[in-house]
Design a protein around this ligand. Structure first.
Ligand SMILES: Nc1ncnc2c1ncn2[C@@H]1O[C@H](COP(=O)(O)OP(=O)(O)OP(=O)(O)O)[C@@H](O)[C@H]1O
Ligand SMILES: [Mg+2]
Length: 233
C-alpha cells in the first residue's frame, strides 16, 4: 500500500468573482521510502499540491489518504496532530526564529510536544549531528550561512522523527554548491532512515537527486520521469 495516495484531487481558490482551478484532478500515489521531485511552471499547482500532501490545506474534491487514513475527512485539530507527528516541513526561506540559537530552533517541535529538557537536548544534538552542524549549535540564524540555516531547518524537520519530509523549493534561496549539499543531506536521510521525501523545485539538477520526477502542468500531472534512466539512451 502507498504511504500517500491522492485520487481525483481538485483545489479551487476563490478571489472575489474569480475562481482559480489550482488543481484539476490529480492522481498520485507515493510509496514509503521514495524521494520524489515535483516540477512544473510557476502557477502549475506545485505548492497547492504540497500543502494538501502536508495537511496544511484540504482538497475541494477528491480523496487524500496518508498512512492508511483519509485526511480529507479530518477536522483542523486532527490535521494539526497528523502534521506534528508524521511530517517535517522545509521551506525556501528556512523559517527559523532569529532570536534563538540553532539548537533551540531544532528543539521547538519537541517543546510544542511537551518533551522534557534532557530528552530535547539529546534529540536536537542527534538531529544537528545528522546534518553536520554540531559545532554551530550555539549560533543564531544571522551567524550562519544560507546553507547552514537550511540544514538547521532540516534538523528541526527531522527531530520529531517524521515519516515524511516535505520541502517547497528547499534550495531556491541558495547558491548551487549549498543546494547540492542540501541534496546530499536529503539523499542520506532517504537512504539511511527510509524517510519519504517530496520536494518541489524549479531546478533540474536538484530534481534529479530524487528517484522520481512528477511534472505538473495547469493543475494536472502532465508526465513522470525516472531520473535514473540515462538521458539519450
Ligand atoms: N490562496 C490563494 N488564493 C487564490 N489563488 C491562489 C491561492 N494560492 C494559489 N492560488 C493560485 O493557484 C494557482 C496555483 O498556485 P501554486 O502556488 O500552487 O503554484 P506553484 O506551482 O507553486 O507556483 P510557483 O512556482 O510560482 O511557486 C496559481 O494560479 C495561483 O495564483
Ligand atoms: Mg509554489
Amino acid at each position: 500500500m502507498a504511504l500517500l495516495e491522492l485520487t481525483a484531487v481538485t483545489r479551487q481558490h476563490k478571489n472575489g468573482q474569480v475562481r482559480v482551478d489550482a488543481l484539476r484532478g490529480v492522481d498520485l500515489a507515493i510509496e514509503k521510502g521514495r524521494f520524489v521531485s515535483i516540477m512544473g511552471p510557476s502557477g502549475s499547482g506545485k505548492s497547492t499540491l504540497l500543502n494538501i500532501i502536508g495537511c496544511l490545506d484540504l482538497p475541494t474534491s477528491g480523496t487524500y489518504q496518508l498512512a492508511g487514513q483519509r485526511m480529507d475527512r479530518l477536522r483542523d485539530s486532527q490535521l494539526a496532530d497528523i502534521r506534528n507527528q508524521l511530517i517535517g516541513f522545509v521551506f525556501q526561506s528556512f523559517h527559523l526564529l532569529s532570536d534563538l540559537d540553532a539548537q533551540t530552533n531544532v528543539e521547538l517541535p519537541l517543546i510544542y510536544r511537551g518533551v522534557g529538557g534532557r530528552e530535547r537536548e539529546r534529540r536536537a544534538m542527534a538531529a544537528l549531528e545528522a546534518v553536520g552542524l554540531t559545532s554551530r549549535r550555539r549560533h543564531r540564524p544571522a551567524q550562519l550561512s544560507g546553507g547552514e540555516q537550511q540544514r538547521v531547518a532540516i534538523a528541526r524537520a527531522l527531530v520529531g522523527e517524521p515519516l515524511l519530509i516535505l520541502a517547497d523549493e528547499p534550495t531556491g534561496a541558495l547558491d548551487s554548491r549549498s543546494g547540492q549539499n542540501i541534496m546530499q543531506v536529503f539523499r542520506q536521510l532517504n537512504r539511511e532512515r527510509r524517510i519519504t521525501i517530496v520536494q518541489v523545485t524549479h531546478d533540474e539538477n536538484v530534481a534529479r537527486h530524487g528517484d522520481r520526477i512528477v511534472h505538473l502542468l495547469d493543475g494536472l500531472v502532465e508526465r513522470e520521469e525516472d531520473p535514473r534512466e540515462v538521458k539519450g539512451s
